[in-house]
Design a protein around this ligand. Structure first.
Ligand code: COA
Length: 326
């Protein structure tokens, strides 16, 4: 039988500092009520300390994962990290995390695909599992606070920081059943970090223009997100003849409560089947789905049919049909 990528262990590292909506009221012209009503976010955790990158949280999550799964560093064959807020442009954050936790016999690299990043990374890991790898660690982590402009009310309430590490092993019965991932480059005009890459290298002028921060045309992204996330999730159910009763839970990317609700309702799901923790963490980019898997892991039962669904920068979006197997 074909092997599937199965998450056999999952751990998270969440920074202690809680940035509340009331603190944001002191930074920009906004209100707790506006943020709750328009996004669903109440607070988010951010990594405050200078000089700490996302590898700090990533390494912490990997150490917890090795301990909770009883895995030795020598058994790990690959470590892949998904992030759009790497410690540095290079070397890869995967490399830095491996060094910090003492993984020496593995190779790996970073993937960067914004909010759909977990779905794209899981598909990548699945290909390695099908090719014969037995123990891969996937880390999804973002320190989005480092590229957020806390004078811009359009973006600063949205984002939070966290890292999640997963041990992924082959299984015949459970794990990734199917994925349907998409990209459309039209999105590059609506959600981006303009400067700091090869097109606009960092200069005093790019910094003065705040071009190293996240820019988002929220209204346009919202429109694309709400239809594409619902379409791809419904299509996945239809492809596998899954009714709303067959789906145990939708675990959506946590960007906006209204997008999540619209997706769940198009799938015909009761609210109780839509797993939401956006109020606690905000939008943690490609980390938000694994963060929710970790947050709700006590609710999930072996064999549960999950639909994981995301939309983000690129545009890039997709849905995964996953059978929970821990
Ligand atoms: N507090 C108070 N008012 C705010 C505000 C804030 N934090 N941010 C924006 N506003 C204002 C705007 O200036 C605008 O005022 P105007 O009408 O006088 O110009 C008004 O609120 C409405 O702004 P709008 O952008 O239309 O709000 P919205 O309902 O679209 O919500 C987002 C904004 C960002 C929450 C929403 O567009 C969104 O979630 N977009 C998609 C995010 C997403 O899915 N991203 C993909 C992955 S990252």
């Amino acid at each position: 039988m074909t092997k599937k990528a199965l998450i056999t262990g999952i751990e998270a590292s969440i920074p202690d500092y809680v940035l509340t909506n009331s603190e944001l009221e002191t930074l920009v012209d906004t209100s707790d009520q506006w943020i709750r009503e328009r996004t669903g976010i109440v607070e988010r955790h951010i990594l405050k300390q200078d000089g700490l990158g996302i590898s700090e949280l990533g390494a912490d999550a990997v150490r917890k994962l090795l301990a909770s799964t009883g895995t030795s560093v020598d058994e790990v064959e690959m470590l892949i990290c998904h992030t759009i807020s790497p410690d540095m442009a290079f070397p890869s954050t995967a490399n830095i995390i491996s060094d910090k936790v003492g993984i020496k016999n593995a190779w790996g690299y970073d993937i960067g695909s914004g909010c759909s990043g977990f779905l794209f990374s899981l598909a990548t890991v699945d290909a390695f599992i099908k090719a014969g790898k037995k123990k891969i660690i996937l880390v999804c982590g973002e320190r989005l606070s480092g590229i957020t402009d806390y004078t811009d009310r359009n973006t600063c309430p949205l984002f939070g920081d966290a890292a999640v590490a997963m041990l992924i092993e082959p299984s015949e019965e459970f794990g990734l059943v199917d994925y349907d991932n998409h990209v459309d480059g039209i999105g590059r005009h609506y959600l981006y970090q303009k400067a700091g890459g090869s097109m606009y290298p960092a200069t005093a002028e790019t910094v003065a223009r705040k071009e190293h921060f996240i820019y988002q045309d929220g209204k346009t992204v919202f429109k694309y997100a709400v239809s594409n996330m619902a379409d791809v999730s419904v299509a996945m159910m239809e492809k596998h003849n899954l009714t709303a009763d067959d789906v145990a839970y939708l675990i959506p990317h946590q960007a906006n409560l209204r997008i999540i609700a619209a997706t769940g309702h198009r799938m015909g799901l009761d609210d109780s089947k839509i797993l939401i923790d956006i109020e606690k963490y905000g939008n943690t980019g490609g980390t938000s789905i694994p963060l929710a898997l970790w947050d709700f892991k006590d609710k999930l039962k072996k064999g549960d049919n999950l639909i994981l669904s995301a939309f983000g920068s690129g545009f890039a979006w997709g849905a995964v049909y996953y059978k929970w197997g821990i």
